[in-house]
Design a protein around this ligand. Structure first.
Ligand code: ATP
Ligand code: MG
Length: 415
């Protein structure tokens, strides 16, 4: 008799989601299809960790089921017919629906060829036993656990285990995924998994830059990415990404500091700037092109190193605010933040922080239109005059609108 976990699932899922997955199970049943909750959410239910990214697998047609599900609701449906998948976006969460599939790898690292299949086919292509469990959602079997790879035992023993000996060869991104779960959950790699992982590290060379970058992005979204990076360095994996990258204590301290200082913002770009902080420009360019970083992010990473090379200009307590502004105005905020976190000099850090907290927001009270109204004609001098006002304001030489107007008049007379 398979184990029924309906009450555990009922306790775990917020009421609204529970209603939804029950409804989905009933609709699938009417279509003559079996429906399952799979992957991370099943793992996290056992671990009692919040995870409300619902992944559903249907033995049948996911798109047809998704179309049934959204009838009469406000939810938004996105369909990928080529993959037989659908995403439904509700107000507070998403539901991913996939048609159960069978995959074959034509060569290591290639994206797999996909055909419709049964749940068992879908589970056997997954990365680790703890991610390969499913809970049935169709009414008669609601809450039935399908655990073909003993994922539950592995959860209890806190082990990350691959499903078959070729797993890392088929898809070496799993090497990075293994470390991510190991460090997130504070688990260990099962002995054979650890042995094969070390043995197959070179298979990372078969993976496209985009796919590795995606895994790196997932690592940087973890609560403590530095732990994964440190482990990756110990195992000789980080230097596969670039031989000069380090996951050392310096990096850990900076990441920690970044979290304390920047609570609201997304930390990933900042983490990346810190990760490449000790690379040369040339090494950074190699890294950027190997992993095909998007333009804006690449620009921020370049800026970080350019600013680092000119930090000596900021290493003086005598600089006027307008000097600091002038030196920093063309850099992206994150490049400046990264340097504030990484710089060795307290004077530099103070100047960078002054810019970030205050100077970058300071603007004159008068604008171009005001100046025209005061009789300044359009042309280069208008811009110059705005610069003079801006500088005076940064240096606290003018504080009120009146004082700004006075400055404009006196400047105008000298023309
Ligand atoms: P989390 O999002 O909390 O990291 P998750 O389990 O939801 O965990 P995803 O990256 O969202 O992880 O992937 C969803 C599921 O897809 C995983 O549980 C896993 O079973 C499967 N999966 C993802 N990537 C791979 C891969 N490279 N090889 C095999 N299976 C994978
Ligand atoms: Mg997920």
């Amino acid at each position: 008799m398979p184990e029924k976990l309906s009450s555990q699932l009922e306790e775990y899922l917020p009421r609204e989601m529970l209603k939804l997955v029950r409804d989905a199970g009933e609709k699938a049943n009417k279509l003559g299809q079996e429906l399952y909750l799979v992957g991370g959410v099943v793992r996290d239910m056992f671990l009692r960790r919040a995870n409300f990214d619902l992944d559903l697998v249907v033995e049948g047609d996911a798109i047809k089921l998704a179309q049934e599900l959204i009838k009469g609701s406000q939810a938004k449906l996105t369909v990928h017919s080529r993959f037989g998948t659908a995403k439904i976006s509700y107000a507070n969460f998403n539901l991913d629906l996939a048609t159960a599939r069978r995959e074959t790898y034509r060569r290591p690292g290639a994206l797999p060829t996909v055909q419709p299949g049964r749940l068992t086919d879908d589970l056997c292509r997954r990365d680790f036993s703890i991610n390969a469990m499913a809970l049935c959602l169709t009414p008669q079997r609601f809450g039935e656990l399908i655990d073909l790879y003993n994922g539950r035992d592995d959860l209890n023993q806190q082990l990350i285990r691959i499903l078959h000996l070729n797993s890392f060869i088929d898809d070496a991104t799993r090497i990075l995924r293994a470390l991510r779960y190991e460090q997130r959950l504070n688990f260990e790699l099962e002995t054979k998994t650890a042995e094969l992982l070390r043995h197959d590290i070179d298979m990372l060379d078969t993976i496209s830059g985009d796919r590795i970058r995606h895994e790196l992005e997932l690592i940087l979204k973890e609560n403590y990415p530095e732990r994964v990076l440190k482990r990756a360095e110990e195992l000789g994996i980080l230097n596969k990404l670039h031989p000069s990258l380090k996951g050392n204590g310096w990096l850990s301290e900076r990441f920690d500091y970044a979290r304390r200082l920047h609570k609201q913002t997304s930390l990933s770009p900042l983490y990346l700037c810190l990760l490449i902080y000790n690379l040369s420009d040339t090494e950074n360019e190699q890294f950027l092109s190997r992993f095909n970083f998007p333009k804006r992010l690449a620009q921020t990473m370049r800026h970080t190193l350019q600013l680092k090379a000119s930090l000596h200009n900021l290493d003086s307590p005598q600089l006027k605010p307008s000097d600091i502004y002038q030196l920093l105005r063309s850099y992206t905020t994150q490049a400046i933040q990264a340097n504030a976190l990484a710089s060795q000099s307290s004077i530099v850090t103070r100047n960078l922080q002054l810019y970030l907290a205050k100077l970058r927001y300071i603007k004159p009270l008068l604008n171009g239109d005001d100046l025209k109204r005061m009789g300044i004609s359009t042309g280069p001098q208008l811009g110059q005059l705005l610069d003079v006002l801006h500088k005076a304001r940064l240096n606290n030489e003018v504080k009120t609108r009146k004082q700004e107007e006075k400055l404009v008049s006196s400047w105008n007379q000298t023309l």
